[in-house]
Ligand binder design. Sequence first.
Ligand code: MLC
Ligand code: AMP
Length: 490
Amino acid sequence: MSIPSLASVSLRDRAAVVGLDCEYRGGERKFTFGEIDARSDRLASVLASRGLAAGDRLAFYLVNRLEIIDLWLACAKLGIIVVPINVLYRDREIRHILDDAAPTAVVTTAAQIAEFPVGTNCWIVDELDAEAESAPREMITTTLGDDTPAALVYTSGTTGPAKGAILTHGNFAANAKSLVHEWRITSADRYLAVLPLFHVHGLGNGLHSWLASGCHMRLLERFDRATMVREFDAYQPTLFFAVPTIYHRLLECDADTALRLGGHTRLFVSGSAPLPAHVLEAFHSAFGHVILERYGMTETLMNCSNPYDGERRAGSVGPVLPHVELRVRDESGAELPNGTLGELWVRGPNVCAGYWKRADATAAAFVKGWFCTGDIGARADDGYVTLHGRRSDLIISGGFNIYPREIEELLLEQPGVEEAAVIGVADEARGEVPVAYIVSAAPLDEAQLRAALAAQLASFKAPRAFVRVDALPRTALGKVQKHLLPRWAP
Ligand code: MLC
Ligand code: AMP
């Protein structure tokens, strides 16, 4: 099924129903599903008149706003491949994505054009919006199959730079249909959307559950603890998707507020990073809800979920979803018995078509149709899956991924830095934060290091601390043994 077919349940069948409210041009506005459909048809005319056709790439670099939905649907209808770029990314991260995906243009704001390399074809979102308002609404007849690429979502590997996971129309549709069924999402739900639409948690799960169910959505620019209580009170959502850091922040609510907020919500979902058992328990006591934890990734959308009815087990991501197959395998690829730790391999309509222009990386990640997730876990006899880390040294901070190697390479370019190793250390709110260990003959100039990193990398990748060491612990073969680095404490 294609994204337009999935969305037609809402856009066409519920055309007269108000399905979205969000900030629009500085004020609050409500949109019917019919208006959303018409807006994306008109934007599709504009994109076609600018020469875009099926298979072309179009990037966006925007915080959550209505126009991302217009863009997503217009591109889906035309078969254009969307390339979301994290708005926190800076120079080097942006350049890499643009070079790799070669989008015709990047849709962004006038204020953010300065973030892009000179010569980048930037389209201003407000100008596109204004042009679309007066554009004709034409019948779109693009042929879309399950295998038609819908998006390239960049995700880093342990070696080498970020790769574009090719997510297809079929991936998004299968994932959304499954979640709507499993989490009992209906048109009566009210979904408060705070997760960024440039990552698959907000895009694949959030936006598409809305489209597939025809529920109501309130789209916020981002999660902000200070305004959240007001938002919950005013909107009274039934559905909330978040990362553990957001639940951690919500626990700062006083007892009465927490009970009140929990009172009208039907389902709180967490994912993208481990949800600590103590947060699950504290949230249960304060808000009266057991958060439903699930497991997904950019390349596969959703793999496992605790059940809607039945036990939501602390520390587990629940059983594999009905449309997905999951195996736990050892290093040779042999299947392991229940209760034994191994790498999780998955297969199903949710799994991406490979990495953009990276046949080598695709071949390395797929074995006989199975995607090797790099996540280490085990399955219990009753089917519940637990995750126990990763094969790589990925750091997840506030639900955003950080690959140490990227920071290490940049540190090595700085004056006086001879060797560098970055590791994740536990952080109560963000789960993990990066800390850099540096070998340098002279004392470290921390301000210079911070400034150099800030100019080129997203702010969430900035090391919490820079620790000078005499040498990095290495094996006889020269491999850095990160687990032997001295413990750092704030
Ligand atoms: C944070 N910032 C954002 C932002 N979140 N900017 C734009 N959009 C967002 N969503 C910026 C802030 O402006 C600030 O920038 C810096 O990041 C730190 O913000 P903070 O508010 O101090 O941080 P915190 O209170 O810790 O909250 C951060 C957060 C954020 C939890 C709201 O980390 C977040 O939105 N995380 C969600 C990540 C996500 O969606 N992951 C899914 C990946 S998909 P500055 O410049 O002032 O420092 C995936 C697969 C799956 O993983 O589905 O499982
Ligand atoms: P990303 O590359 O941003 O898609 O991140 C995907 C990774 O996030 C997965 O491979 C897991 O390592 C991790 N992840 C997602 N959900 C969970 C979860 N519920 N618990 C622990 N880790 C998770």
